[in-house]
Design a protein around this ligand. Sequence first.
Ligand code: C2E
Ligand code: MG
Ligand code: MG
Ligand code: MG
Length: 275
Amino acid sequence: RAKTEGGNQSIIFDHSMSKSVENHFLIERELRQAVHSGQLKLFLQSQVNNAGVIVGAEALVRWQHPERGFISPTAFIHIAEESDLIIEIGRWVLTEACRLLTCEGLAGRSIVLSVNISPKQFRQPRFAASIKHLLAETGADPTHLKLEVTENLLIHNMNDVIAKMIELAALGIRFSLDDFGTGYSSLAYLKRLPIQELKIDRSFVQDVTINPDDATLVESILAVAKHMKLQVVAEGVETEEQASFLNARGDVIHQGYLFSKPELAADWLKRLAQQ
Ligand code: C2E
Ligand code: MG
Ligand code: MG
Ligand code: MG
């Protein structure tokens, strides 16, 4: 079951709902309307350093359904990915993030916003050009924009993918490897990628203090990152114990419910202003 976050509405959308072909197309049609009628909302989740200072945030899309409330992307991104909707949704999120970067609350601050890029979106022939256009249009500082890609992007046509990443990195845009360790890929490619950051997946962080295997995995990721001079973001930090475990072993940025849940951009800006 997909759980909604950041809103007081409770559950809505069952993953099994989208399993039947009929429902799949129903949801796709509703989603298409949603994109065009302003039902997508931008949520942001703070990323804090070991002193608790907000250094960035991840942009996380929500679907504000008129009857069902806020719907988590885990319930609809996979449907969007099977159609061209993911490209429109992705473009919308990127535009919102770039606009946010130029807003008053962020001016003069070195806050970096991270945006998830789906493989299909990244593989668009005009992806790099559209990013350049968007930066020019909004005036957003490319060095404050970080694109989160997953290992699965690298399975096919790795050379093309890397070339495109290098083209974007040359603009000052940063890259993060999301859900690190959960995809299908080898460590060998890491040294070829123009990335600045690894994100430890929540599934490793969850039991890091009670499961020795997870602890070893996390320690290994920290060692690789240190060796390659990559920043590490730990996803899904929920307890003080998890935070201490990580802080004792490296210089880690935390993202999780312990610090804050994803929240509407306006609320996140208020949080930032109070800091
Ligand atoms: P992700 O990129 O790995 O994002 C992290 C997910 O972990 C988010 O789920 C976030 O709300 C959740 N999370 C963070 N801290 C905690 C915690 O302490 N506890 C728990 N239980 N969960 C935590 P969310 O927002 O539901 O997004 C799920 C996935 O949907 C994202 O995983 C990402 O893969 C995808 N997604 C979200 N927004 C976009 C988007 O704009 N474009 C694309 N392509 N994918 C998106
Ligand atoms: Mg992400
Ligand atoms: Mg992630
Ligand atoms: Mg994840």
